[in-house]
Design a protein around this ligand. Structure first.
Ligand code: SAM
Length: 282
């Protein structure tokens, strides 16, 4: 075993053993129970970790492969981690494979503190778009929605009811880094409905029985709250009844419905149509 243990946080440790307690703690983050216990989650990739630090997320541990030693960008991130009071682990390929459960892992992994936005702190001004997801189940869908919310410049996501974890490895991967840019709130259906009562803008639900074509609505006045239904069941009656409009995306062909993330993307690009302009490619 080739381990250099240092007591205080902020020192680099070289780890090659899967039995190392720090490695065990990070591996445990694959399970929601331990993510909740530690209030932490894992993100893979150097760029993601740099973005997260730039956006003010609290890093607890930086893990990098031996191959990263001497890499200027990795060393800079390691220095930032130490400065933030975090721990830096230089690990063997075997340890990195075990932590990420991937055969070809990224060279860098960061462990960050979780962060949720409180519903009461959401301020919706003119032009703001928020997305409420009712009981979203699929981590890929949630990650894709968070990424799309980021891409269109919407303000954030509200998870309503019992949902998949935004900080799971699968969701974080699917966000492609947008987990660090998009505020996420979570609420019970009751708390959400109480908050919705104070929402001053248009509350647009999407529903397979919606009577209104989504392209016929003027989204340009005031803030918009877009409400999307659960993958299997769609919006329940209580949430559907709280919407100002129930919109439908017309379909042809044999598919009953669109995938949740695809439907959210279509809606978001329509709602943000006037705000999105092609920038010249530098
Ligand atoms: N069997 C479910 C149902 O009856 O609603 C299908 C749910 S669909 C996979 C997931 C969500 O995507 C829906 O609740 C709705 O919010 C949105 N959605 C999908 N296709 C849609 C469409 N054509 N028009 C409006 N919303 C749609």
């Amino acid at each position: 075993m080739n381990e250099r243990h240092a007591g205080a946080p902020g020192q680099v440790k070289e780890v090659t053993s899967l039995a190392n307690p720090l490695v065990k703690d990070i591996k445990a983050l694959a399970l929601k129970k331990f993510r909740d216990q530690q209030n932490a989650f894992m993100a893979e990739g150097l760029k993601l970790v740099i973005d997260a630090l730039d956006l003010g997320w609290q890093i607890r541990t930086l893990v990098f492969a031996k191959a990263g030693r001497g890499n200027a960008a990795v060393e800079k991130v390691a220095a930032r981690t130490v400065a933030a009071g975090g721990t830096v682990l230089e690990v063997s390929e075997k340890v990195l494979v075990a932590i990420t459960r991937r055969d070809n892992p990224q060279m860098v992994v960061g462990v960050f503190s979780q962060k949720f936005l409180a519903l009461k702190d959401i301020r919706a001004d003119n032009g703001d778009v928020w997305v409420a997801l009712d009981r979203v189940r699929d981590p890929g869908n949630l990650g894709t929605v968070i990424r799309t919310v980021d891409a269109v410049g919407a303000r954030g996501v509200i998870l309503v009811g019992d949902t998949t974890d935004p900080f799971s490895v699968e969701t974080v991967r699917a966000t492609m880094g947008s987990i660090f840019a998009v505020p996420v709130a979570k609420a019970t259906t009751e708390a959400f409905l109480a908050w919705r009562g104070g929402f001053s803008g248009l509350v647009a639900g999407t529903h397979l029985k919606g009577a209104v074509d989504y392209r016929s609505v003027d989204f340009s006045r005031g803030p918009v709250l877009l409400m999307m239904g659960n993958e299997q069941q769609g919006l329940p009656e209580s949430l559907a009844a709280s919407c100002d409009r129930l919109l439908r995306i017309p379909q042809a062909g044999r598919a009953d419905s669109l995938n949740l993330a695809v439907a959210t993307g279509i809606m978001l690009f329509e709602i943000r149509r006037g705000a999105l302009k092609l920038e010249p490619i530098p």
